[in-house]
Design a protein around this ligand. Structure first.
Ligand code: SF4
Length: 401
């Protein structure tokens, strides 16, 4: 075992990965070194968003033990916040309170001193910098465990966010992705709103571009649309979760809009920013969903011309209302329906990409493989180029392609 080393295993959404990265950078500041195996501490940053996420957590713990046989196993993230964890049975040495990382410092360093690294960078392996500016949600969609795991709405301080972004820009990150659990409600309890934050970020010297990770349809304001239209540094891309294209299911999901609202906003967006990429999430197999409801969803997605659909098979956590709703859909049926929507997504993605075929676009180099390099456009789709055109040190830089 390598003394004073750690290995981080993170699962789940980008916000969770961001939190894990923050923990990683704090540990490095505390003079622990990250290592690939045989670490002294193996930290598994868990997710609990669906039933299958919990299975993945267990698998990850097994993997962590295998790769670090003598390590102290530390469990963090959403799972321990909503479920009773039998540490002994799982072979876990310490459960970390996700909202207060100082307990881990105490566990590792044996001291209890202040642990405030709020503006430090989160360790990230990506070429684009994801920053969490907001946490928590109070919407209580009937399938979602997040309000139970992450609690109520909270927003990070303007100064901390701006300082962290300045550092990320200085480090060479060319794209900053603003993330949150309910991003559109940044500043819900203050006069300083998301739009103000974006305006302040745009003032940062040498900023490449910014992207919003996800926003609810009700929070796409006229002001935001105008700002995206006007500001070249804001990516022409919005990820707006639809979840279902059937009003009956939206109601059961406790989603705060109906298809008419969604459609009108998308038409408005497209009338002002015709090329904007609109990506979405759809959950398939929600309790009570019948073939006809799926067909409605299919047709609605087609009409909205999304540029990508992330299709999720329903698999709710047992603490959510949807878990015990009547009309649970058979797993096989969910698979078939999901395939149908994924096929639709492929067609829509291609159609959208083709629109830019003859246009050269600003792209961020994301990865270089054996033969190909992958670049991310502001419209969220990827472009590929010959690998030999780039060096490893070009990852994260902007190129015309
Ligand atoms: S809006 Fe709904 S789906 Fe999104 S985090 Fe909140 S409860 Fe979950």
């Amino acid at each position: 075992m390598k003394k004073n080393t750690y290995k981080l295993y993170s699962l789940g959404c980008k916000v969770n990965q961001y939190d894990a990265g923050k923990l990683g950078s704090a540990l490095s500041l505390g003079n622990l070194k990250e290592t690939k195996e045989n670490a002294e501490y193996a930290i598994v940053y868990t997710c609990s968003v669906t039933h299958s996420a919990v299975t993945k957590n267990r698998r990850m713990i097994t993997k962590a033990k295998k790769e670090n046989p003598k390590a102290k196993i530390i469990l963090a993230g959403c799972w321990p916040r909503v479920s009773e964890i039998d540490s002994e049975k799982l072979g876990v040495d310490f459960i970390l309170d996700t909202k207060d990382h100082s307990t881990l410092e105490e566990f590792i360093l044996g001291t209890s001193h202040s642990y405030s690294h709020d503006s430090d960078l989160s360790q990230q392996t990506r070429s684009r910098y994801f920053i969490k500016v907001q946490d928590g949600c109070e919407q209580f969609c009937s399938y979602c465990i997040i309000p139970y795991t992450r609690g109520g709405l909270s927003s990070r301080k303007r100064e901390d966010v701006l300082l962290e972004i300045k550092k990320a820009v200085q480090e060479g990150y060319r794209e900053i992705v603003l993330s949150g659990i309910h991003l559109g409600l940044y500043g819900h309890d203050s006069e300083y709103k998301l739009i103000d934050l974006i305006n302040d970020i745009l003032e940062i010297k040498d900023l490449g571009r910014i992207r919003l990770s996800s926003i609810e349809i009700n929070e796409v304001s006229d002001e935001l649309i105008e700002l995206i239209k006007k500001e070249k540094k804001i990516c022409n891309h919005l990820h707006i979760p639809l979840q279902s294209g059937c009003d009956k299911i939206l109601k059961l999901m406790n989603r705060p809009y109906r298809l008419e609202d969604f459609k009108n906003k998308v038409y408005d967006l497209r009338s002002k920013i015709p090329d904007i990429a609109i990506t979405t999430d759809v959950i398939v197999g929600f309790p009570g969903e019948e073939d006809g409801d799926l067909l409605e969803t299919y047709e609605f997605c087609q009409a909205m011309q999304f540029s990508k659909i992330h299709v999720f098979s329903f698999s709710a956590h047992e603490r959510t209302p949807a878990y015990s709703m009547p009309g649970q859909v058979d797993v096989k049926v969910i698979k078939q329906r999901s395939k149908k929507l994924r096929d639709l997504s492929e067609n829509l993605e291609k159609k959208y990409r083709d629109r830019f075929k003859k246009r050269s676009l600003e792209c961020i180099l994301e990865a270089i493989g054996n033969n190909k390099a992958r670049l991310k456009t502001e419209y969220y789709f990827d472009r590929f180029a010959r690998a030999e055109k780039f060096k490893k040190s070009d990852i994260g830089k902007i190129f015309e392609n």
